[in-house]
Design a protein around this ligand. Structure first.
Ligand code: PHE
Length: 359
């Protein structure tokens, strides 16, 4: 039987087609095969003999059958492959792409980097001090109403202070201070001034939060890019040049812009920047024109800005009057909405592939 097993293995291994295999199956484990006959003959033996021989024979039979089966699978998979239609069109793989806000952030970063601005990052959980007080917005000041705020629970506050040294540095000096989700990126003005020496020029892209009802132009969570340039004699004229370059690179060379007086506690004077596109031929200009028309106004507001209030320098422990700077804050969604003619801010966060896939 051992010889038979070896012989069967060799035959099966060298079988060349399914027909040959079928014959081998009959020969080695078929009804009239030696193996089957011997198994049948077991009943004539003594109990003792049965006990030793039966398992042996069954094992041989099983392993021959297994080999036959696996050889059979081999043949059938070769057959399947031969059937494959190589002219059939392939299955298209979906490749990922960037979210429109990421595209926008990268464009902004590229433009300001080309003007030598550094890109810095700040904490999304802020202290009341950096988000408000250091920016000349004291508690109970009506200006706080400009920023509807998500406050953190005091219990959460102490836990976060303990865990996150980065945001707690200031808080430790001011025990009992409340934490919040930053309502703008402006707190980074003070943080950066505290830890760096001018002259400096930075932008701070980041996520901000407002406790507001959501509608076509408001989200409780959105993105801003803060800008800050500080030096001995930085002026509003420098701001006009820098922001003009930015707007032209972003919206096309024919973009017009204007400054409109405004109010922010941390800038003096404060202004808002509006843009207008006249008779532009480029695609983005056509988009802007359509939005302007729908709003029945030529001018579209794009950002808040101004000369850094000396009180902000004081909050960062600078000598009063020693430095001058400009700052601005621009909403990324707003820029993207203008550039790509997007009518509703909620589309950015809606996960609707019909929208997302257009970018
Ligand atoms: N932080 C202001 C806002 O969110 C925008 C701003 C930034 C205004 C910098 C002036 C200077 O509304």
């Amino acid at each position: 039987m051992d010889d038979l097993e070896k012989e069967a293995y060799a035959d099966i291994e060298s079988a060349e087609n399914p027909e040959e295999l079928k014959k081998l199956r009959i020969k080695y484990v078929g009804r009239k095969s030696d193996l089957t006959r011997n198994l049948r003959g077991l009943k004539d033996l003594t109990l003792e003999e049965k006990r030793t021989l039966a398992p042996k024979l069954q094992k041989i039979k099983r392993s021959i059958e297994e080999l036959l089966d696996s050889k059979e699978r081999e043949f059938s998979s070769i057959k399947e492959a031969a059937k494959a239609d190589l002219t059939r069109p392939g299955i298209r793989h979906r490749t990922g792409h960037l979210h429109p806000l990421t595209i926008m952030e990268r464009k902004v970063v590229d433009i300001f980097s080309s003007m030598n601005f550094s890109v810095v990052d700040g904490p999304e959980v802020e202290t009341e001090h950096y988000n408000f007080d250091a920016l000349n917005i004291p508690a109970n000041h009506p200006a706080r109403e400009m920023w509807d705020t998500f406050w953190l629970k005091p219990s959460a506050t102490s836990e976060i202070i303990a865990k996150n040294l980065q945001i707690s540095e200031g808080a430790k000096e001011r025990p009992g201070e409340r934490l919040l989700l930053r309502t703008h990126t402006s707190p980074m003005q003070v943080r950066y001034l505290e830890t760096h020496t001018p002259p400096l020029q930075i932008i701070v892209p980041g996520r901000v939060f407002r406790y507001e009802a959501t509608d076509a132009s408001h989200e409780a969570n959105f993105y801003q890019v803060e800008g800050l340039m500080v030096g001995k004699d930085v002026s509003l004229a420098n701001f006009k040049y820098v922001i003009g370059e930015f707007l032209k690179k972003m919206f096309g060379s024919e973009t017009e812009f204007r400054f409109r007086p405004s109010y922010f506690p941390f800038t003096e004077p404060s202004l808002e920047v509006d843009i207008r596109l006249v008779g532009g031929k480029s695609k983005s200009n056509a988009n802007l024109k359509a939005i302007a028309e729908s709003r029945k106004s030529d001018w579209l507001e794009v950002m808040g800005a101004g000369m850094v209030n000396q009180k902000v320098f004081e909050a960062a422990h600078y000598n009063p009057g020693e430095w001058r700077g400009f700052a601005f804050g621009v909403g990324l969604e707003r820029l993207a909405m203008l550039k790509y003619k997007i009518p509703d801010i909620r589309l950015f966060y809606g996960d609707d592939l019909r929208f997302i896939d257009q970018f």
